[in-house]
Design a protein around this ligand. Structure first.
Ligand code: TNX
Length: 467
């Protein structure tokens, strides 16, 4: 059984198979998941059927918001869950159990599965290089196959502003016009952003929008010079340096701007989170940084959203319930992380030397960074998220970021994301004691042909015995 992430409990039923006929019926208690599964498996969705080949059943007897049970028996396939999300994850497992060619003989099995972490994320930086709606929708399709349930969109940075704000039209017009290098940039209209949010919801993925501040703000400063310390517009920036831009912390115009932007982004985003960045604010004096965060966190809360920030916000007095995204190495924790721990913050783990998808696999990887080292699939896989922070830390999940300074095409995204995101997905979903590198590499090997069939140009990591 080649399921990734590996289920918590899986018991093969020796000698039993169920053949999914091409014209078989599927019945579902959840219309959306039923339609998705029918399309993915090429089955016909039926409202009522005495003995459908596949039944998706909602029941309170399955414990856990995202848990599911899947049984492949001689007379049919049944997935049970308490929520639509649970059924969706059961369907993902079934898709992986179903052979590609006819006859589709699915091996008998009983699976009882639930995630280790509630927050299982990927991040796409659409600011350094802009990627359009179609690229993002396809990205959502692919990551959701591995039960990833959060897509963090890094929407703003020095090089570009990527979400239209009605009250601040220059952000799209001026701030969206450039990107790293000579390219044209771009900016999501609010309708386009809404399409992304809706598609994500249909895949049980929550969008976390990031408006990075007070640093990483050159594109905003070019658009609205009243946000700069000296009131003068800086030049458009198309390089790859960090740490040179800052909002003017002592101008009221800055907070009016933040309120306007946060209000619209919050209104467009159904998920509970709004990410305020806060990383690498090297051009903001420390006291000013703390002042800025003291004022901005309540603005986010007033808009009804939970604050998320890179772990540098640990230095600032917390607002209740916020999430701190740790992006240091898996080794020494810095002062800001200790400050967040002392304040009892919740954590999402993005250790740069494990899950940064923009790092090269090896010296000869054609694109990528190496400041956090080379990250092979094994490096991304073989670590315990329970051991990264001191015992008692409140870890809600894992997120693998893809920064795009050097990523310019959808093929580049594929290369850096797959197969490593599958490894991170298993870290985030599966119980530590169910995970094993040898088993993972053998299971992962069978996913190569599936990616190839869907046009995903994954990196054929030499440590995997690709099928
Ligand atoms: C650090 S990770 C950054 C990004 C860069 C990335 C490149 C983080 C919060 N900030 O601005 O794109 O390194 O790896």
């Amino acid at each position: 059984m080649h399921v990734v992430p590996v289920p918590a409990h899986l018991a093969p039923a020796p000698g039993i198979t169920f053949v999914l006929a091409p014209d078989a019926a599927i019945r579902s208690d959840a219309a959306g998941v039923g339609a998705y599964a029918a399309a993915a498996l090429g089955l016909s969705l039926v409202a009522d059927h005495p003995a459908p080949a596949v039944a998706l059943l909602l029941t309170d007897r399955v414990d856990g918001d995202e848990a599911y049970e899947l049984e492949v028996a001689a007379d049919g396939i049944v997935i049970r869950a308490r929520t639509d999300a649970g059924l969706f994850y059961g369907v993902q497992t079934l898709l992986q159990l179903t052979p590609a060619g006819e006859p589709r003989a699915v091996a008998g099995v009983r699976i009882v599965d639930a995630p280790r972490f509630a927050y299982r994320g990927a991040m796409l930086d659409v600011a350094r290089h802009f990627f359009g709606v179609d690229v993002v929708l396809r990205f959502i399709d692919e990551i959701s196959r591995y039960k990833i349930n959060v897509l963090h969109l890094h929407l703003t940075d020095d090089q570009g502003w990527r979400i239209a704000i009605g009250t601040r039209p220059e952000l799209a017009r001026v701030g969206g016009a450039a990107q790293v290098g000579a390219g044209a940039g771009g900016c999501f209209s609010q309708d386009e952003y809404a399409r992304i949010v809706a598609h994500a919801a249909a895949r049980h993925v929550t969008i976390v929008p990031e408006i990075d501040m007070p640093g990483h703000t050159n594109a905003a400063l070019v658009s609205y010079p009243e946000l700069t310390v000296d009131g003068a517009a800086p030049a458009v920036y198309t390089g790859v340096d960090v740490g040179f831009s800052t909002f003017a912390v002592h101008r009221e115009a800055t907070y009016e701007f933040v309120r306007d932007v946060v209000a619209e982004v919050a209104a467009l985003t159904p998920g509970p989170y709004l990410h305020i960045g806060g990383d690498e604010a090297q051009s903001t004096p420390t006291e000013d940084y703390l002042t800025f965060m003291r004022r901005v966190q309540p603005i986010v809360a007033a808009a009804g959203k939970t604050v998320v920030g890179w772990h540098q916000i640990g230095a600032a007095e917390r607002i209740a319930g916020r999430i701190v995204q740790y992006w240091g190495r898996g080794t020494e924790l810095d002062e800001d992380t200790h400050a967040a721990l002392a304040q009892g913050d919740r954590f999402v783990l993005s250790p740069a030397d494990r899950v940064y998808l923009d790092m090269k696999y090896a010296e000869d990887t054609p694109i990528g960074h190496d400041w956090a080292g080379y990250i092979t699939t094994r490096t991304a896989y073989a670590w315990d998220p329970g051991a990264l922070l001191p015992a008692g830390a409140d870890v809600v999940g894992i997120e693998a970021p893809l920064w795009t300074e050097f990523v310019t095409t959808a093929a580049d995204i594929d290369l850096l994301v797959f197969p490593r995101l599958a490894a991170v997905a298993e870290v985030a979903w599966s119980p530590q004691e169910a995970r094993d590198w040898q088993s993972f590499r053998d299971r992962l090997a069978t996913h190569g042909p599936q990616w190839t069939a869907r046009g995903v140009r994954f990196h054929p990591d030499p440590e995997i015995p690709w099928a």
